[in-house]
Design a protein around this ligand. Structure first.
Ligand SMILES: C[S@@+](CC[C@H](N)C(=O)[O-])C[C@H]1O[C@@H](n2cnc3c(N)ncnc32)[C@H](O)[C@@H]1O
Length: 215
């Protein structure tokens, strides 16, 4: 029987290590029935925070476009979950990109792309239509970036997850107000907001927006 790819033990989330026992960012490893799992830490990864807040949140499926990959902390767990799919991981800063590239050399399902996610036309030739779009950048126009990428890459019926950092949008406003504005902006942009989840206390002033495209 194949091992489960994502499990919860004693309130902690783990993914089945695609590398068979190698910590990526210092996360603890555990062994269950001869399979090695890596702890998915909610203070380090917003996707893990989302799963802690909403245990029944659906996990991504299919090819995935990831905007703001950094050195690949969250990407590595998605890579554990999606061994037969491809993660197109976009990052524009060279320092984390070097670690992301090293990670991709050990894991065949990650394609690292050094690019500015505000300009999706620059990686249009590399990335196909995807089932899932994940965005985690600390930038002002996070909705604009998501809409531009969804328009080009998100398959009809696909899901997008926007990890919004309120303080990057506006440092002075109340985060709850910003979350409301962002919801309205996404809807004006033609997206359907299915869920909005506040990620505190794991990620303070952050919310996850789970949306579907309408194209
Ligand atoms: C909060 S960190 C991402 C952490 C990562 N998602 C994780 O959970 O492992 C945000 C990243 O977005 C990147 N970023 C910001 N603006 C970007 C842009 N326009 N295009 C691509 N990457 C961008 C930053 O360089 C940074 O590495």
């Amino acid at each position: 029987m194949e091992a489960e790819r994502c499990i919860v033990r004693n309130g902690r989330i783990y993914t089945l290590d695609l590398e068979g026992g190698r910590s990526v960012y210092g996360e603890p490893l555990i062994e269950i029935d001869h399979a090695v799992y890596r702890e998915w830490i909610p203070w380090r990864s917003k996707m893990a925070a989302l799963l802690k807040k909403e245990g029944n949140a659906p996990l991504p499926e299919g090819d995935l476009l990831y905007l703001g990959a950094a050195q690949g902390t969250t990407v590595s767990h998605l890579s554990d979950l999606l061994p037969d799919d491809t993660i197109y991981a976009v990052e524009f800063s060279r320092t984390p990109f070097r670690k992301l590239t090293a990670l991709s050399k050990r894991r065949g399902n990650i394609i690292p792309i050094l690019a500015d996610a505000f300009h999706p036309e620059t990686y249009r030739m590399i990335v196909p239509d995807v089932e899932y779009l994940y965005q985690d950048v600390s930038q002002k126009d996070q909705v604009g970036m998501l809409l531009r990428n969804a328009d080009i890459f998100l398959r009809k019926g696909g899901t997008a997850c926007l990890m919004l950092k309120a303080r990057s949008v506006d440092v002075t406003s109340d985060p709850a107000r910003i979350f409301g504005k962002v919801r309205a902006e996404l809807e004006r942009g033609g997206m359907k907001v299915k869920r909005m989840i506040d990620l505190s206390p794991f990620q303070v002033d952050h919310a996850a927006f789970i949306v579907t495209g309408t194209r």
